[in-house]
Design a protein around this ligand. Structure first.
Ligand SMILES: [Zn+2]
Length: 400
């Protein structure tokens, strides 16, 4: 066995971060698994766990193994779990018509979710005021300040916290969200140590990768629909691929074979307009006024008894397959996780979707990419929490 000196080169900080991340992402539940994953001796793992327990991040518990015939005299099992006093974060999500807030813990658990409606018009000023009020109200009732705050926005978000294209809110181009929200919080006398902002679909991808259908995948592509449009993200070895300025993977603007519908980006035939709920309702000859997701689900559910619903479901499945094939060709993921209406297309037309991807992707023919439905209910909110927790996962000693 290789012995690793935990005093070098960073006094064991890397091992602390790896151990915390392994427990946070459900990859270890027992001390023996942690020892194996870290590649350390049992003694060195013990030192890592002791420091993480001192920092109130992880704790170990001892349980006696029981066999089918009752308690045995075998060696006790040492489990590793999130410490009950571990720091928490606040996760906020802005949607087209409401804003959500919840406290979140290491391990991906969300507390009670509060939702407040947004009033028209949803200007940056009015929406950020709602977010500031939500945060102020939560912070007024907590004894302990959160480690950080994560905010999910329905927009491409730059690494400087600027929202570039919040179409669902009809915001102008380029809103400096981090600067404006920090000003509002300062004015309200609320101190937030760490404020992180990201794109909602990107953050949902991160959440699925760590706590949902993407667990165990090395390069997970996530594609989803909301009420309008198509979003997603790519998570490589547990980290979002964000590009040079934070805007990478505008998946919705992937061109689809034979697609003709005009897209708000100026092109035609983007996945955004060819494989979203409006495209499905349009193909079924139905009214496409919002909200559309439930109506689109009803069309998919009727495909067995309604020829037009069947044709519409099949057409949009083929369009989605064409877009996914292009993405698979470029990115070569080992798993594709589908959310929103796309998860329902996978359940309804799984074989057609799979064969459509294979037909248009030579890479898929070589190594079939695994398709799975998303598993989390509030994935963007869980992802916002991930963003806020990331500095702690990178450097657990920040908890001290
Ligand atoms: Zn487009």
């Amino acid at each position: 066995m290789t012995t690793v000196d935990t005093t070098l080169p960073d006094r064991g900080g890397t091992s602390l971060a790896r151990a915390l991340t392994l427990a946070h992402t459900h990859r270890v539940a027992r001390r023996s698994e942690l020892t194996e994953q870290l590649g350390l001796t049992r003694t060195a793992t013990g030192l890592v766990l002791r420091e993480l327990e001192t920092l109130s991040l992880l704790r170990t518990a001892t349980t006696n193994r029981t066999g089918p015939g009752g308690p045995t005299t075998g060696r006790p099992s040492h489990t590793v779990e999130i410490h009950p006093d571990a720091p928490t974060v606040l996760a906020v999500q802005v949607q087209a018509r409401s804003a959500l807030i919840a406290e979140a813990r290491l391990g991906g658990a969300l507390g009670l979710v509060d939702e407040v409606p947004l009033t028209d018009p949803t200007t940056p000023q009015s929406v950020l005021r709602v977010v500031s009020d939500l945060l102020s109200a939560r912070l007024a009732t907590t004894n302990r300040p959160p480690f950080g705050v994560g905010l999910a926005l329905p927009s491409a978000v730059g690494s400087d916290g600027t929202a570039l294209a919040a179409h669902p809110l009809a915001w102008p181009h380029s809103v400096p969200v981090r600067t404006r929200l920090t000003e509002l919080l300062d004015r309200a006398g609320v101190g937030v140590a760490r404020l992180h902002i990201g794109n909602d679909a990107n953050l949902a991808a991160l959440a699925e990768s760590r706590h949902g259908a993407g667990q165990g995948a090395a390069q997970m592509l996530y594609v989803m629909t909301g009420q309008v449009g198509v979003g997603g993200g790519l998570v490589i070895d547990g980290r979002l691929h964000l590009g040079s300025a934070g805007y990478a993977l505008e998946i919705g603007h992937t061109p689809v074979r034979r697609g003709k519908r005009p897209c708000r980006c100026g092109n035609r035939g983007c996945l955004d307009v060819e494989a979203d709920p409006i495209a499905l309702l349009d193909a079924a000859g139905l009214n496409t006024s919002e909200p559309t997701l439930d109506k689109a689900r009803a069309v998919i559910a009727r495909r067995g008894v309604d020829l037009q619903a069947r044709a519409a479901t099949h057409l949009v499945t083929q369009r989605l397959a064409g877009g996914l094939a292009s993405l698979v060709n470029i990115l070569n993921p080992d798993r594709v996780v589908l959310g929103g209406m796309h998860a329902e297309l996978l359940a309804a037309e799984g074989e057609a979707l799979r064969s459509g991807i294979s037909r248009h992707s030579f890479l898929d023919q070589a190594a079939r990419v695994e398709l799975r439905a998303a598993e989390l209910d509030a994935s963007a909110l869980v992802g916002a929490a991930e963003l806020a927790l990331q500095p702690l996962l990178d450097d657990p000693r920040l908890s001290a």
